[in-house]
Design a protein around this ligand. Structure first.
Ligand code: DQA
Length: 156
């Protein structure tokens, strides 16, 4: 099974950008850690980062038929993008929303997420460790789905 990790604008600047909020870790290092967890659990994993809303929409659409679940940090688009929300609804894949910072405790405009209610759940505020928690959650969701499918196949 395959997990697609989608990263929004400015996350390519982790380690340089507002390190007081986002910490010193680079995106590549976060991805390397996620890769280890994926391999330990026999999951394939793909990483994608874009600063462009339309490219993120395209990537979500491409996940249909290619990935089993999506881990997504839409970054600033979290708070604005109906297009990303609609794309997640369109593909109907299990998705986990992730944020490095606790968006609920920051500026008011960050308190609204356009995607929370179309995701299985949201993990925010644990720094780069949020991604690890998102991985564990996604693996759990996908394992439950494949167990359900196996049971249905046995019963039917
Ligand atoms: C973020 C929070 C967003 O509000 C912000 O625009 C980001 C990163 C986070 O991971 O904490 O770019 O998604």
């Amino acid at each position: 099974m395959k997990i697609c990790v989608i990263q929004g604008p400015n996350l390519n600047m982790l380690g340089v950008r507002e390190t007081n909020i986002y910490g010193p870790m680079k995106l590549e290092d976060i991805h390397n850690q996620m890769k280890v967890v994926a391999e330990q659990n026999n999951f394939e994993i793909e990483f994608f980062q874009s600063n462009l809303e339309g490219e993120i929409v395209d990537k979500i659409q491409e996940c249909l038929g290619d990935s089993d679940g999506i881990i997504i940090n839409p970054a600033a688009y979290t708070h604005t993008s109906i297009a990303i929300r609609d794309a997640l609804r369109a593909v109907q894949l299990p998705a986990v929303e992730v944020h490095i910072s606790n968006i609920a405790s920051r500026e008011d405009f960050r308190k609204t997420s356009m995607i929370s209610d179309v995701c299985a759940g949201t993990i925010a505020g644990f720094g780069p460790f949020s991604y690890h928690l998102a991985m564990i959650s996604m693996i759990q969701i996908l394992n439950e789905i494949s167990q359900m499918k196996a049971q249905q196949a046995n019963n039917g």
